[in-house]
Design a protein. Structure first.
Length: 335
């Protein structure tokens, strides 16, 4: 549950709706924030009955002219789900139809190996200017290595608890995932050393229940868990420190691009070691927690663009089994 306090006539319904979603295993980290936005809007409009009308929805939408397509789509989805929930419990509400998705053109930023090394080094050189016990600088070096080494989403990383890290089995158990598909990711030897070092320093802090199973893994010195927003802010600082240009305007590079980089670098390494790129795809899809291969196939294109020599090597191995990448690219362009 969130720490937000709702005050509109919808307050008890917002809380009940969120409890229902939590019980169903949905992990929408932005839901409390969006519900709070709706709560303030309904207060401003002086809504006295828990009824959502079409006029209210249109008025809210009219005030969102500066929202990005992706942000607006996410908020619209939550509003639509909440309105449907209100109908189910007996309140006649207008359920807005979902708009068409127009934000699928984002091209992931794939860091080079040198840039990744620069991010790691920049995180190690961070210095706290004063004694700030609430600063999450303490866990940033392990966070960036965790994201790059496992390909997990930032939302999955910040929700990790102590019981999810199994250093005896060299594995991390991801319970709160985007698609509600729990999975296990292996820990490399180099990442294991980083995790052990972090745990050693972290456990020296005098915090109650610090080593209990349910305690958050990534925390500040005063015990507060790392949030997605804070992680993004620190990542932007790292980009500036290591000289990687930040374009902004939702064009990256983003902290999520460490996941894309992991996927491309993994494909590149597997092919150079003699693996068939198309046989590796299902494994990578499962590892990344994708529902289908569609979300993973784009990494073949990114690998081709960044490492054409690697894909040409792959074509020489399986050219009589799969069409060449160049033919696939020309076919895509015709479509």
């Amino acid at each position: 549950m969130s720490n937000y306090t709702y005050s509109s006539v919808f307050a008890p319904h917002f809380e009940a709706f969120q409890r229902m979603k939590d019980a169903m295993g949905y992990q929408a980290s932005n839901m409390p924030y969006v519900l709070k936005e709706f709560d303030l809007f309904f207060q401003k409009e002086e809504v006295t009955e828990p009824i959502i009308t079409k006029d209210l929805v249109l008025k809210w939408r009219k005030g969102k002219v500066n929202e990005t397509e992706r942000t607006l789509y996410d908020k619209w989805s939550i509003l639509s789900q909440f309105a449907r929930y209100m109908c189910h419990i007996g309140f006649v509400c207008y359920v807005p139809r979902m708009p068409k998705r127009n934000f699928g053109t984002y091209i992931p930023y794939v860091f080079t190996h040198e840039q990744v090394k620069g991010i790691f080094e920049a995180s190690d050189e961070l210095i706290m200017p004063y004694n700030n016990m609430s600063s999450h600088l303490f866990c940033i070096p392990v966070l960036v290595r965790l994201l790059y080494s496992t390909g997990m989403r930032i939302g999955e990383a910040v929700t990790l608890t102590n019981k999810d890290i199994d250093l005896q089995k060299d594995a991390i158990f991801l319970r709160k995932t985007k698609n509600q598909q729990q999975r296990i990711v292996p820990i490399s030897e180099s990442l294991k050393k980083v995790l052990l070092q972090y745990i050693d320093y972290r456990d020296k802090m005098q915090l109650p229940n610090l080593s209990s199973d349910g305690y958050h893994f990534l925390i500040s010195p005063n015990g507060y868990p790392l949030s997605i927003c804070t992680a993004r802010q620190w990542f932007l600082k790292l980009l500036k420190l290591c000289g990687t240009p930040y374009i902004g305007g939702n064009h990256g590079p983003r902290v999520h691009d460490l996941r894309h980089t992991f996927a491309v670098h993994s494909l590149m390494r597997q092919v150079r070691e003699g693996a068939d790129i198309y046989c590796v795809l299902p494994i990578l899809a499962t590892y990344l927690g994708h529902k289908t291969l569609f979300g993973t196939e784009r990494y073949v294109r990114l690998t081709h663009e960044m490492y054409p020599d690697v894909v040409r090597m792959e074509e020489s191995i399986s050219s009589f089994v799969f069409p060449s990448m160049s033919l696939m690219m020309r076919a895509d362009e015709k479509e």
